[in-house]
Write a protein that binds this ligand. Sequence first.
Ligand code: 13P
Length: 252
Amino acid sequence: MSARRTLIAGNWKMNGLTAEAKALAGGLAEKMNAVGDVDFEMLICPPAILIPVVAAVVQGSNIKLGGQDNHANAAGAHTGDTSTAMLKDAGCTYAIVGHSERRTDHGETDQVVNDKAAAAHANGLIAVICIGETEAQRDAGKTLDVNGRQIAGSVPDGSTAENTVIAYEPVWAIGTGRTPTSQEVQDVHAFIRGELAKKIGDNEAAKTRILYGGSMNPKNAKELLALPDVDGGLIGGASLKVDDFWTVAQNA
Ligand code: 13P
């Protein structure tokens, strides 16, 4: 039995308006409240502008809130960005950093991701650091190289099992309905844990949660979440429907 508590995290990305956010978060809070104690931790990461709306709805439930990104700096002239203090002020305890969509859309490098994760830590937020190879990198046999490099570059000094979660998201599996085989997922997760150990030590790495993300859904969640080094999921599309997300969580 692993001591790592399964984390079921929903990344809503740039989806939803006030009414939908209220209905989705409200539906999940209702289910969480109805079951009482659960073996997993549930996290939802709405668009920044909807965090206060969602915070009000999930108040009193066990659902945790996270940002989808944060700036590395504490405050200042960074138009359009969100600071870790703002996320915390709005009720977040987590922040996703280094999602492949940010790496692609905003040109974020490992160093930028590293700085953002360090900023999250400095403000008491748990950083969910995303890594993953593209399809071309996979086809070229570079999956482990790429993920190893991203761990080395994106995980800041001072990371621990308490303040850090890793999310392995093969870019080619995001929103495509395709996933690696279970054996491939397990192999990459075990490799990531080994690379993480080089940075933070065996003991912390053994306690750190490593999530799988990329087309996780109600059908494949059970098999993926049962893998020994998979400690939860970072879920996009299937986190936008109460029943789908809840079914995934039921497989934790
Ligand atoms: P999908 O679950 O839609 O493939 O998205 C995964 C993801 O990118 C979560 O961060």
